[in-house]
Design a protein. Structure first.
Length: 375
């Protein structure tokens, strides 16, 4: 099997592709797998780290601003879409895939369109209840539209070939062992807090966590792993301003990005994060109690609804961004981390919500489409 994946821009589009690719390689070790993403995007780093070949194309998304600067930016975007489409076509012709799989993000647009025009079977995977713009546009070209949440179907018009698969979770996330991972990270039995605001970072989450992280630097109550993101490089300086001596606080692991999420997630007792679909799928499959802070800057406020699904099942705490303060977040962390019965309940309820075989379901769709197309 020769299979091409396209998707990127955020971990929410990259990780599903890597999870599916990992499962394909597990089932067919001799499969040829190529990942096409944005040149300079985070996928250019993450895909090779996961052991897959990467090829980049130079594309960018559209600006919503109608200012002169925004209009100028969008003219460049159109030009890059044309050249990116040509580059995608060349890559596809050289690799000659049996099937192309898109997992969202604007980079998947020119790749999947070029594949469809070349007569190559294409399938897309939508992670959220409210589909992204690129996937909605690609659906009419796709042989199958795979959905993580059935509610997404109503947002696609006139496509009869939907398959409900859930969100794929990387195999290393599923199999990671808590005790082994804590040992690998040099952690003891004090509570482990894992927090992150996405690959780019979230300023309000960083600011709201600074007090409790600085406190832990002094009292050692928690072991805390925190990723401040690409735009949060100022965060270590803020901690120092608050009196945290990071060089002499072995219980703190403060970094820009978490490259070993499978290890950190398995080791954690409480997770603090946004409410993106893939993050929640990983939290659920590992049965991790969580404090969710949905981003309000997403289509149809879908992260709020994602978070509510866990809250309603007594699997998580939600703090809306408008209510988020350092005091509120510190209070919720202290309450949850100190309540063993509540931690156990949240863990069990989160795990009940997990779809652990999503990669298997998606692999079955790939095989079925190939069989239908006679490949």
């Amino acid at each position: 099997m020769r299979i091409l994946f396209a998707g990127g821009g955020t971990a929410g589009h990259i990780n599903p592709a890597l999870a599916i690719a990992g499962y394909v390689r597990e089932k067919q070790p001799d499969a040829d797998i190529l990942y096409v993403g944005k040149t300079g995007g985070m996928e250019e780093r993450l895909v090779p780290q996961a052991g897959f070949e990467f090829r980049g194309i130079n594309v960018q998304g559209f600006s919503r601003s109608m200012s002169p600067k925004g209009i100028k930016y969008n003219i460049v975007t159109v030009k890059k879409a044309v050249t990116g489409g040509k580059a995608a076509k060349k890559i596809i012709q050289e690799f000659n895939p049996d099937i192309c799989v898109g997992t969202g993000g604007y980079v998947s647009g020119p790749v999947l369109r070029a594949a469809a025009k070349l007569g190559i079977p294409t399938i897309i995977h939508e992670q959220n209840a409210f589909p992204g713009v690129t996937n909605k546009m690609l659906a009419k070209h796709a042989d199958r539209v795979m959905l993580a949440m059935p509610a997404a179907e109503k947002h696609f018009k006139g496509h009869p070939k939907f398959v409900n698969t859930g969100n794929p979770v990387r195999g290393e996330i599923i199999t990671a062992d808590r005790d082994e991972c804590r040992k690998e990270l040099g952690l003891d039995e004090r509570p482990v807090i894992l927090s992150f605001g996405g690959s780019l970072g979230a300023q309000i989450i960083n600011e709201s966590l600074a007090d409790i992280i600085a406190r832990s630097a002094k009292d050692g109550k928690y072991q805390h792993i925190h990723a401040y993101g690409q735009y949060g490089k100022w965060f270590p300086d803020l901690l120092k301003e608050k009196g945290a001596d990071l060089d002499n606080a072995p219980n703190l692991d403060i970094r820009e990005y978490i490259n070993n999420m499978s290890v950190c997630l398995a080791a954690a007792d409480v997770v603090i994060a946004r409410a993106g679909a893939i993050t929640l799928s990983e939290i659920q499959v590992k049965g991790k109690p969580s404090i969710l802070i949905p981003s309000p800057n997403v289509a149809e406020n879908h992260q709020f609804h994602n978070a509510m699904a866990l809250v309603e099942q007594n699997a998580a705490v939600m703090i809306e961004e408008k209510d988020l303060t350092p005091e509120k977040l510190t209070e919720e962390i202290d309450k949850l981390a100190s309540d063993k019965e509540r931690l156990k309940e949240y863990s069990e309820n989160a795990k009940k919500m997990a779809v652990a075989d999503a990669s298997k379901r998606i692999y079955s769709v790939i095989i079925e489409v190939l069989a239908t197309k006679g490949k």
